[in-house]
Design a protein around this ligand. Sequence first.
Ligand code: BEZ
Length: 211
Amino acid sequence: MALRLGDIAPDFTADTTDGTITFHQWLGDSWGILFSHPADYTPVCTTELGATAKLKTEFAKRNVKVAAVSVDPIESHRGWVGDINETQCTTVNFPIIADSQRVVATAYDMIHPNADDKATVRSVFVIGPDKKIKLTLTYPASTGRNFLELIRVIDSLQLTAKFRVATPADWKDGEDCIITPAVKDAEAETLFPKGMRKVKPYLRYTPQPNK
Ligand code: BEZ
């Protein structure tokens, strides 16, 4: 069965371009992003891994470790990394898992046979420090993902893990948040000393609590 939000992210041991990792141990107390790409030496994947490498500082600021995975072997990954670095003007700075035996792809249900029975689709799993899955995304092979969107979601996840708020459509770090429905108005005054803007009884905004 497909993994769902709140499930424990399956643990595994795998060869990567940074050596062998045991996933949960490698994650430690960090947040994690595990994302699959269909194949090495393909154009969209090349740009995606380059974009991810360029966001190293942003991921580090948020205590996020990133790992990519495909069913191609380690020698292929190593050769391709040279091309990514050259063409995307960066240095790949995260492990790429060689999943030739499809251990990771199977555990995370990354092969969707009606789309492609050999390659992984573009899956993304955001994993919390509790090893639970916080977000899943599935994109087709022909559409590169937006890695700034992943940063935005992680900002929201980290914020909403600490404060009783949710984040509205297109929210970005620093913008007003929504007070969660379970918080009573009277309680909101104490929880959100920066104030509350009540548009409807169920639609109440407050400035971002940790800014
Ligand atoms: C790509 O990464 O460019 C790609 C991979 C598989 C199918 C189509 C595009």
